[in-house]
Design a protein around this ligand. Sequence first.
Ligand SMILES: Nc1ncnc2c1ncn2[C@@H]1O[C@H](COP(=O)(O)OP(=O)(O)OP(=O)(O)O)[C@@H](O)[C@H]1O
Ligand SMILES: O=P(O)(O)O[C@@H]1[C@H](O)[C@H](O)[C@@H](OP(=O)(O)O)[C@H](OP(=O)(O)O)[C@H]1O
Length: 251
Amino acid sequence: MGDALRPYVPAYHGVVVKDGEHYIQMDDLLRGLDAPSIMDCKMGVRTYLEEELTKALLKPTPRKDMYQKMVKVDPSAATAEEHSQRAVTKPRYMQWREHISSTASLGFRIEGVTIEGGAVQKDFKQTRTQEQIIDTFLIFTKRHGSILRAYQSRLESMRSALLESAFFRTHEVIGSSLLFVHDRQGRANVWMIDFGKTLPAPPQLALRHDVPWTRGSHEDGYLIGLHHLTHTLQAAQHRLGPEEMPAPSAP
Ligand SMILES: Nc1ncnc2c1ncn2[C@@H]1O[C@H](COP(=O)(O)OP(=O)(O)OP(=O)(O)O)[C@@H](O)[C@H]1O
Ligand SMILES: O=P(O)(O)O[C@@H]1[C@H](O)[C@H](O)[C@@H](OP(=O)(O)O)[C@H](OP(=O)(O)O)[C@H]1O
C-alpha cells in the first residue's frame, strides 16, 4: 500500500495455505530484537462493530461464556434478568468491558504485557485510570526515560500520518491495537496491528476519529485514544524526576 500509514504497519507478504487453512504472512516485528518487551493497547472508544449491535438487537444471542467472564470480575455487574439467564449479549459484555477499563473514558486500553520474554500478563481488565496506566508503563519500560520518549515521539509522528492517510479517512478501525516493542539494547518502536475488524466506512460519511461514537456514526474514537496515550507517556516521563527528563530547550 502506498498510504501514509505504511511505515507504521508490518509489511504484508501475501496469503499462504497450509493444511487447508489460509494464513496472512507479515513481517515479524520482534525479529532481531534482544529479549523484547511487548505491550498491546487496544485502540478506540468502541470495541464491537455496529453490525454486531444491530444483530444483537434483532436477534439477541445469549452468551454464557461472557456472563461467566463478567461475574468473575464483578458479580454485581449483571442484571437480575442476566443472572437468571446466566447469559449476556456480546454488545452488552463488550460495553461493560469498555467501561471497567479505560476504553470508554480514554479511548484505549491495555490488553497484555510481556516483559523481556516472560509470561504474558493479561490482568488489565480493570486498569482504567491514567495513574494505573502510568504505573504499568513505568514497570513495562523499567523506568527508562529514553524508551518512553521514543514511544511518545513515534506516536506523535503516527498521528501526523493518520491525519494524512486516505485509508484512515475512509475506514472504521475497531479492535485494532498499537504494539509497543522495546528491547534490552534500547530499541523501541510502536506498530499498528490487527485489522480484523477494520471496515470501509459508508461512503457518505466523513469519519473524524476524534469524536465520541453515536449509533450510526461509525466513529471509532481512534484519535481520542492516541491523544490520551501520548499524554500518558508524557506524564510517565514527568514521574521519573529531573535526572530522567529531557534537556531543557534554550530560552
Ligand atoms: N507482525 C507481528 N510480529 C510479531 N508479533 C505480532 C505481530 N502481529 C501480532 N503479534 C503478536 O500477536 C498478538 C495478537 O495479535 P493480533 O491481535 O493481531 O492477533 P489476533 O489473531 O487478532 O489475536 P486476538 O484474537 O488475541 O486479538 C499481539 O498482541 C502481538 O503480541
Ligand atoms: O477480552 P475479553 O474480555 O476476553 O473479551 C473478548 C475481547 O473483547 C475480544 O476483542 C472479542 O473478540 P472480537 O474482538 O473478535 O469480537 C471477544 O469476543 P468473542 O468471544 O466473540 O470472540 C471477547 O470475548
